[in-house]
Design a protein around this ligand. Structure first.
Ligand code: GDP
Ligand code: MG
Length: 423
């Protein structure tokens, strides 16, 4: 059975309680405080396992818990992290809000989905000049828990891009058995529509083709929903750019999409790209087709005229796609994504185009904005916040090295390892 959508509950371990104990000394009723800190609770991670292709593992078991941290009376013991394997292409969504938390694509990528609670501080921390025998010790922090939805988004071989209304869904329906909504409002389709393309009887390849919705002007800068979907086309092998030949200015439409693709990742423009000039059944499109085709040839590109709605030109379209696709063996190997993308439950780390790490997250951006990095104590405090929020660990996980540039909101920092030990 192909399982591509599940709901799971994850619970991180609670932090252990700090201890409020005292040294035993002869003749002294009570020695100094010696209560140790509680251990950190284990966190829950999702990790990509390239050997998996469906979410079958989650069919019957839906509850997952990491272990709690030990209490401060004993040697500090951290809880064990829980690692759950998911197939490449798994999107992790917050069940309550529907928000995308992580998009796990590449082998080895992992995302923390429930953070273990911090251990409570033992009473040794609360001793002061005037208060020599504190009985206060902190309790451990509870571990996070969440309901998550896992959705497997197939990684398509062919991506359809183009402005809304160009005819992408119509083309998908014409060349596959998929039945996407036609002419739906561009913001209503939140998931790419997928179909399997039939290349002909003597072709064993069964490439998947995806209609990538919401690619609009400004999408690459996060203006529209297109932003998330541009990630899906990073993984395609061939791009089909659908242009509405009957629009006011097909040449401009074509340019807008190219700029969007290039702004998101210049490598997208290097992929095999087939431009299809659609709606040739309409006279307004037919009149413009020769000039449009000439312009593409002049650029060294290629374009085909089709009418997705009537089937005109679709045999030639299938034949050309068949030529552009790699061999059957290559199609079976998982494609490599363009970059490391690890969203975090409340912050996420991306790579800027110049290689710098970018940390996104409302809270951490606000704290960064309120930090005066010229004051050492303030900078140190900020570094502790990074650590507390798990961002420091996340940065290490995605491979940050001393001296690398890290951007948070409007601040640019050079990353250096924490000068103190990780608790
Ligand atoms: P999408 O937003 O790119 O997915 O576009 P749709 O596939 O939803 O199509 C938008 C509109 O264009 C719909 O009303 C389609 O019926 C129409 N359409 C798509 N292809 C053709 C075509 O080849 N000829 C004509 N005349 N209309 C088309
Ligand atoms: Mg559509």
């Amino acid at each position: 059975m192909f399982l591509d959508r599940v709901k799971i509950w994850v619970r991180a371990g609670d932090g252990g309680d700090g201890a409020a104990t005292f040294r035993k000394e002869a003749h002294v009723p009570r020695g100094g405080p010696d209560g140790g800190d509680g251990g950190r609770g284990g966190s829950v991670y999702l990790r990509v396992d390239p050997g998996q292709t469906t979410l079958r593992d989650f069919q019957y078991k839906h509850h997952f818990k990491a272990t709690p941290g030990g209490r401060g009376e004993r040697a500090r013991r951290h809880g064990d992290d829980l690692l759950l394997d998911v197939p490449p292409g798994t999107a992790v969504l917050d069940e309550a809000s529907g928000g995308l938390l992580a998009d796990l694509v590449a082998t080895g990528q992992q995302a923390m989905v429930a953070r273990g609670g911090r251990g409570g501080l033992g009473n040794t921390h609360f001793k002061t000049a005037t208060h020599q025998a504190p009985k206060h010790a902190q309790k451990g922090e509870p571990g996070e828990e969440h309901w998550l939805r896992l959705e497997l988004r197939l990684i398509a071989d062919i991506g359809l891009v183009g402005l809304p209304n160009a005819g992408k869904s119509t083309l998908l329906a014409a060349v596959t058995a998929a039945r996407p909504k036609i002419a739906d409002y561009p913001f209503t389709t939140l998931e790419p529509n997928l179909g399997v393309m039939d290349l002909g009887d003597d072709d064993e390849r069964r490439p998947t083709i995806a209609d990538v919705p919401g690619l609009i002007e400004g999408a690459s800068s996060g203006a529209g929903l297109g932003h998330a979907f541009l990630r899906h086309i990073e993984r395609t092998r061939v791009l089909v750019h659908v242009v509405d030949g009957s629009s006011r200015d097909p040449e401009w439409d074509h340019e807008v999409i190219r700029e969007e693709l290039g702004a998101h990742d210049p490598a997208l423009l290097e992929k095999p790209m087939l431009v299809v000039f659609n709606k040739l059944d309409l006279s307004s499109a037919r009149d413009r087709w020769p000039a449009f085709a000439r312009a593409r040839r002049a650029e060294g590109g290629e374009a085909m005229g089709i009418a997705a709605a009537t089937g005109e030109g679709l045999d030639a379209f299938r034949a050309r796609v068949a030529e552009l696709l790699p061999s059957a063996e290559e199609l079976k190997a998982p494609p490599e994504p363009a970059g490391v993308v690890v969203h975090h439950i409340d912050s996420m780390i991306e790579r800027d185009r110049d290689g710098a790490f970018r940390v996104r997250g409302k809270r951490i951006e606000r704290i960064a904005a309120q930090t005066n990095f010229d004051v050492e104590e303030s900078a140190e405090r900020f570094q502790r916040d990074l650590e507390r929020m798990g961002i420091d660990a996340e940065l290490r996980r995605v491979g940050v090295e001393p001296g690398d540039l890290v951007r948070i909101g409007g601040s640019e920092l050079e990353w250096e390892p924490t000068p103190w030990e990780d608790a």
